[in-house]
Design a protein around this ligand. Structure first.
Ligand code: PXG
Length: 285
């Protein structure tokens, strides 16, 4: 069965799912998106994802021509049409078709696209043995230029960092902000364990406010672990007892080496494994 893709209220076969080359999402990266997961046929934290999508859209003055309820129904209908239980949902709202030239006012109707598919970001061995990452020379976008809180279609900042990592044999790459503080990875948030506490950079450090990050902070706190949003340096990361990454697609990934520095004893840490366990219980509960 061909996968069906939702475009503006209609389901198209994957090969017929097309938008105009005059769409400003394509021409200028003008639009916003979400990446969500479904487990057992239901979307994990859909409300949080839709809230973030609407906030991103608002920050670029893009009015989504649909209510959150209609969007949730459309996502569920697309998943059901494709009979996807455990999958990945890519929700895109682009500025829509316009003329050449940046002016968003020339694009009367945003395009709403829902792709439901399957995603495996990292091979199983990384979850078992941990990941090695490097820090990119490319810094995260300055919040005064393009706020990293906006999940926009313009991901070149992250892609440039990712290219650096891939050249060094790393599938994920750490990024610093313009002040030299640790921000996040190209598609994942970062956590470290320091003196038994869980630390993650604050949103003000120039990071996307990850839905998985939020879930992990809640899980850890409920489990009696102290969780702190704290600015951190690369030295803090190198000296951490444990390091792990979080993201909708990646879930919880242990990190065992950063820029050649071994983390802990070089295997996924106890707290990391505990959080990964709690997360896998939560996502299927
Ligand atoms: N930082 C950035 C820059 C991201 O793009 C995260 C953190 C983690 O956020 P969530 O809300 O997912 O916990 C992301 C999310 C993909 C893909 O297709 C990327 C993400 C999520 C899902 C799929 O590469 N990144």
């Amino acid at each position: 069965m061909a996968l069906k893709v939702f475009i503006n209220g209609t389901l198209y076969n994957k090969e017929d799912a097309k938008v105009s080359v005059y769409d400003h999402g394509f021409l200028y990266g003008d639009g916003v998106f979400e990446g969500m997961r479904s487990y057992g046929g239901s979307v994990f934290r859909m409300k949080e994802h839709l809230d973030r999508l609407w906030e991103s859209a608002e920050k670029i003055q893009l009015e989504i021509p649909m209510s959150k309820e209609q969007m949730a129904d459309s996502v569920n209908a697309t998943l059901a049409a494709n009979e996807i239980e455990d999958g990945y949902i890519r929700l895109v709202v682009s500025r829509g078709e316009g003329t050449l030239g940046l002016d968003p006012n020339k694009c009367p109707t945003p395009n709403i696209i829902i792709i439901t598919d399957f995603i495996t970001l990292y091979p199983d061995e990384f979850y078992q043995n941990g990941l090695e990452i490097i820090t990119a020379k490319t810094i995260r976008n300055h919040p005064g230029a393009l706020d990293p809180r906006i999940k926009s279609l313009n991901y070149l900042n992250n892609i440039l960092a990712k290219i650096e990592g891939l050249a060094a044999g790393c599938v994920e790459t750490l990024m610093l902000n313009h002040q030299g503080e640790v921000a996040e990875c190209t598609g994942d948030n970062i956590f470290i364990v320091q003196d038994g506490r869980l630390l993650t950079p604050p949103v003000e450090a120039g990071v996307l406010e990850g839905i998985t990050r939020g879930a992990v902070m809640e899980l850890a706190a409920e489990d009696g672990v102290e969780v702190v949003e704290a600015t951190m340096s690369l030295e803090d990361v190198y000296a951490a007892e444990e390091v792990f990454l979080t993201g909708s697609a990646a879930e919880i990934v242990p990190v065992i080496k950063v820029d050649g520095n071994q983390i802990g004893n070089g295997t996924p840490g106890l707290l990391t494994r505990r959080i990964a366990d709690l997360y896998s219980q939560l996502r299927t509960s």
